[in-house]
Design a protein around this ligand. Sequence first.
Ligand code: ADP
Ligand code: MG
Length: 406
Amino acid sequence: MKILVQKFGGTSLDTEENRRHAAWKVKEAVQTGYGVVVVVSAMGRGADYPYSTDTLIGLMSEEIAGSMAEEMDLLLSCGEIISAVVFAGVLRGEGCESCAMSGRQAGIQTGGNFGEAHIRRVRPDRILERLHLGQVVVVAGFQGVSDTGCVTTLGRGGSDITAAALGCALEAEKVEVFTDVDGIMTADPRVVSGATRVKRLTYREVCEMAHLGAKVIHPRAAEIATEGGVPLWIRNTFSHDEGTLIADRLKLVEGIPIKGDTVVSGIAHITELAQVKVSTGDVTAGKRLEVLKALAEAGISLDLINVSPQEMCFTIKEAKTESAKKLLKSFDLDVRIEKGFAKVSAVGAGMRGVPGVMASIVESLTASGIEIHQSADSHTSISCLVRSEDLCGAATALHNCFGLSQ
Ligand code: ADP
Ligand code: MG
């Protein structure tokens, strides 16, 4: 049996009408002859929907929730379970034989790290049984079960991970991720109005874009698809647009060659960052290490880390500002923390060894009157920290500078 995994995000499932649009995509695939496994997110994005993840989070105070990690996962898993049952019902209404499963029933086994669990293995026997009975199997995304039998969740955007993992475990022909945009665009269309759809990308490019903030696909989903070699399509639930194909550069998928490795294939960004500067002129190397370890233990992850004899400078999520401040003060350090930053990155697997990319970035941001507060680079990306109010200007300037608007 040819198997297809289709994932629908929260905005594709938020209203009855939208759920019907999603169901038509499933019906089309069934009519083409696929055994279809559907992965769903919770219905709706944000706190305006009764069963969205944000609404469920809002049922508990932050402080209490922090002390009930295990139960919070149980609570949050309900959004996707409700969505799976409701969507299986919509499919039946459209004349499609269907059933719904929780992550546990679908055989998604994870580690025990509540809120951010990793999928360790998938035992898809029950899914296969139902597929062979001719049913469409609707699986609740974003969740699994730990070795000790606890319900776990995979982190925000985790339904993408479920879809990729099922695609690999079921040796699916492909995984289609349906969302509210036409595919992976050259930048977030909410930030850069001239962003255009990219027809095809390599796994490597997508992993990098996802890690640098392009939230259209979860980075871990791209990594799992890479390992399993399953092609990923990003498509719009509400259009017939072809979407974006993500596969290996050497592979021909459905006759489409994946060239990849463009110098800059897209602009990604991360918002709500705070910049931390710690004076370390008279601080020993041992104490500096202790500080870094304490931050890690407190679950505060650091980015754009620059260490020099006089100063340690890095960024954290704005939401972690208070806990970082408290922790750094306990070490009796001279600390300045400033909120209101965003990180803008130019991403392209082909920029390795190409001279002048950073010079072009500095030139275009300077010409737009935007100050760079920090920067970092890897083989496949260059990132700049800018003020939040400069985000749109900076992303648009880089988008234009690398000719992505055509
Ligand atoms: P879903 O609920 O379907 O999982 P998400 O909100 O997680 O949807 O992801 C889709 C959103 O990702 C889009 O609405 C878009 O604003 C944002 N996005 C960010 N970067 C990109 C990009 N490079 N291409 C497309 N969308 C992007
Ligand atoms: Mg998502």
